[in-house]
Design a binder for this molecule. Structure first.
Ligand code: NI
Length: 173
């Protein structure tokens, strides 16, 4: 199966608000996209991948914080909606659209997210720690927000300088 191309910042699709998935969007085409997104995410070594990162401006993402070890953690979230957030965590974060950039980012410790599965069934997950961080990061992608926007001003400047160096060296396409 072909891997999808992951777009890198500052590709404009990463800064667009994704369109909601309608009832008629569910079906074999969506199943294929989700399956290709999982394959692309695993092959890139990520724990989450949102549709805008493969150039599709829609509200959906895939995640697996076990890196393929635990099937119960492999989940596709269509039309994710953050219902509640609580607490705080401060930890290192990366993004497949920012290769080589790893920065500490403050996020909420816990979140409850409502979404539809790939069949269109409504579901909710109550998550903490890394899976919560992942859901918040990927839902941001669906809203056209990248993790750069969540960094402290100082860390954002450092990351931007690093991106500039990578781009100048031709290591960021
Ligand atoms: Ni990301």
């Amino acid at each position: 199966m072909p891997l999808l191309k992951i777009v890198h910042y500052p590709d404009p699709v990463l800064l667009e608000v994704g369109k909601p998935m309608k009832d008629e969007d569910f079906g074999p085409e969506l199943e294929k996209l989700v399956s290709d997104m999982f394959e692309t995410m695993y092959s890139a070594g990520g724990v989450g991948l949102a549709a805008p990162q493969v150039g599709v401006s829609k509200r959906l993402f895939v995640m697996d914080c076990s890196g393929g070890e635990d099937p119960s953690q492999k989940v596709a979230l269509i039309n994710p909606e953050i219902l509640t957030v609580e607490g705080e965590q401060y930890g290192e974060e990366g993004c497949l659209s920012f290769p080589g950039i790893f920065t500490k980012v403050k996020r909420e410790m816990r979140t409850v997210v409502r979404f539809q599965d790939v069949q269109g069934e409504e579901n909710e997950l109550d998550l903490t720690e890394l899976p919560a961080r992942c859901v918040l990061h990927e839902t941001d992608h669906c809203d056209g927000i990248v993790f750069l926007d969540r960094m402290s001003a100082l860390k954002r400047e450092m990351a931007k300088r690093k991106i500039k160096r990578f781009r100048y060296a031709g290591e960021w396409v």
